[in-house]
Design a protein around this ligand. Structure first.
Ligand SMILES: [Mg+2]
Length: 229
């Protein structure tokens, strides 16, 4: 096994519990925006589908950040047949980006793992998330103190899986490929991205979907990293 020195973590869904935090935020917003006549569970299932799709478009560069902010919600409400004004949609989308990053929940085992790794590895974040909110998430959830560098796709101008963001990460941190490991939950952005760049990968896999290439390591729980590192 290689002697890794630098660990590059994805943030959303790998350390910060984006799905749990987003669900909790949306539940609170349903009360705040008086949407009690709409089934939250129906909305949430539809939202997950559209959110996934618009983020894929954002990664591919076919949707911009401003469009994504509202499209994930407007597409969901459209499908549910809920009508709204442009003004209301803007307020709804803004409330989400204001409130969601302040939710504190992390992926099970995250803090215990980072305490275990701290001092033994240089740890950094590589994220495609919006720059102005990733820092709030990290502060509020207690993740911030563990990381030396936060590499944001908005600083680089390209998003994972683009190799340039991995190249930028190595330059910024002074790491070399052979001593670096990418840890993430997104098959395309994190795993194929790092793999195509030539960096080892740990796939945090929460589903049973099959893929035709094998990551360097696959884990189902963050604490399994203790067996690797
Ligand atoms: Mg992720």
């Amino acid at each position: 096994m290689k002697a890794y020195k630098h660990l590059f973590f994805d943030l959303d869904g790998t350390l910060w519990d984006i799905h749990g935090n987003a669900k909790m935020t949306l539940q609170q917003m349903f009360v705040q925006f008086e949407l009690q006549h709409v089934s939250f569970e129906d909305f949430h299932a539809i939202y997950l589908h559209h959110n996934e799709r618009v983020w894929a478009m954002y990664r591919q560069g076919t949707m911009n950040k401003e469009e994504l902010r509202t499209a994930r919600f407007s597409r969901s409400f459209d499908e549910l047949g809920v009508s709204y004004t442009a003004d209301w949609m803007e307020q709804f989308a803004q409330a989400f980006v204001d409130q969601c990053p302040r939710q504190p929940h992390v992926i099970p085992g995250a803090i215990e793992l980072l305490r275990y790794l701290q001092g033994r590895y240089s740890m950094h974040i590589i994220t495609n998330g919006f720059k102005e909110i990733q820092g709030i998430k990290m502060e509020g959830s207690g993740l911030a103190p563990f990381f030396m560098h936060n590499i944001n796709s908005e600083d680089v101008g390209v998003r994972k899986p683009h190799p340039q963001i991995f190249e930028y990460a190595l330059q910024l941190t002074g790491a070399v490929k052979e001593e670096s490991l990418m840890i993430g939950d997104d098959w395309e952005a994190d795993i194929l991205g790092a793999r195509n760049f030539g960096m080892d990968q740990v796939f945090l896999q929460f589903n049973t979907q099959r893929h035709n290439v094998k990551p360097t390591f696959t884990i189902q729980h963050l604490l399994e990293l203790k067996n690797i590192l």
